[in-house]
Design a protein around this ligand. Structure first.
Ligand code: SF4
Length: 301
């Protein structure tokens, strides 16, 4: 019901709304989700869904051909081959892999293919990029003993499950890549894997592409995304306002003066980093709590 309210609010402003269903969805859940969820979203006037699971995309596009289907950032689309694959599964928009965020040549190339296929191109301009690109990291799997199954029962009795610690299953990640020196990380991750991951720069980096917006508009990017989860609404709203200004200026001029906006975004970035550090610290504590319980259980069994 809260979702329905959200749809109504968005529609009262004559804006678009997309619902994220971008965890990995088990094949047997698909008919149920179509019947119990997607049917409602369509009847409420949602514009589309953000999806990661190819079979689910296919099923939605078959039953709801007018729905926009966004191939989520979790699809890690970084090549023409992958782009064509998700298009064949019904995607009408694709989110560029975070791995390519600074590679304008590649962005141009994929945008050209997407346009040929009649797809829109979306890029995250403010968010975090996982190691090897969102949806492409395996590091979190070394912490599977701390995964926590959470059963969710909606107001209509519909039951779903997510797994905390596993970003592919709808839960967050413990972000162990951000505290590699921690004793528990050292204990659970093979030495050679740790050596390799230490060679990487910017693990789970928060990034902004604010200064790239004018060139991205020139390339023809259709949609700019600002990741909002884990940050307070006022902070995300302010970020959105500034990006809007940059976009508007870039639409008017090829060389817009965005100095002031970049300064404001840098300032907001410091605030985002502080929030992220606090949140990551809490995740680390939770991981410790989970694993200590597990280790104790193991030693007494
Ligand atoms: S936060 Fe770190 S460990 Fe988790 S998925 Fe991203 S890169 Fe991998």
């Amino acid at each position: 019901m809260r979702l329905k309210k959200a749809v109504n609010i968005v529609k009262s402003y004559d804006k678009k709304i997309y619902i994220a269903m971008n965890a990995e969805i088990e094949r047997e859940m698909i008919p149920l989700l179509l019947e119990k969820r997607v049917a409602d979203y369509a009847s409420w006037g949602c514009d589309g869904l953000i999806i990661k699971t190819p079979e689910f995309m296919k099923a939605v596009s078959k039953s709801y051909p007018d729905f926009e289907i966004v191939a989520s950032v979790g699809c890690h689309i970084d090549s023409e081959k992958k782009l064509r694959y998700y298009h064949s599964m019904g995607a009408t928009t694709f989110v560029l892999s975070t791995e390519l965020r600074r590679n304008h040549e590649k962005i141009k190339e994929l945008k050209a293919v997407a346009s040929q296929l009649g797809m829109k191109t979306e890029i995250i301009v403010s968010g975090t990029a996982c190691y090897k690109g969102v949806g492409n990291c395996n590091f979190f799997k070394y912490f599977k003993d701390a995964f926590e199954r959470i059963t969710l029962v909606d107001s209509d009795g519909f039951v779903t499950e997510k797994v905390f610690g596993n970003p592919e299953k709808g839960g967050g990640c413990y972000r162990p890549c951000l505290y590699l020196d921690d004793p528990i990380v050292q204990q659970l991750v093979p030495k050679d894997v740790l050596i390799e991951i230490r060679k990487e720069k910017n693990l789970n980096e928060r990034f902004t592409l604010a200064k790239d917006v004018p060139s991205l508009i020139e390339i023809g990017i259709d949609i700019f995304k600002i990741q909002g989860r884990e940050y307070p609404v006022d902070l995300v709203a302010e970020l959105t306002r500034i990006f809007r200004q940059i976009i508007d200026k870039s639409l008017k001029s090829k060389n817009p003066d965005i100095t002031q906006e970049l300064r404001e975004i840098e300032k907001l970035g410091r605030e985002l980093d502080t929030r992220r550090m606090i949140y990551t610290g809490n995740l680390r504590e939770k991981l410790y709590e989970k694993l200590e319980i597990y280790l104790k259980t193991k030693s007494t069994s």
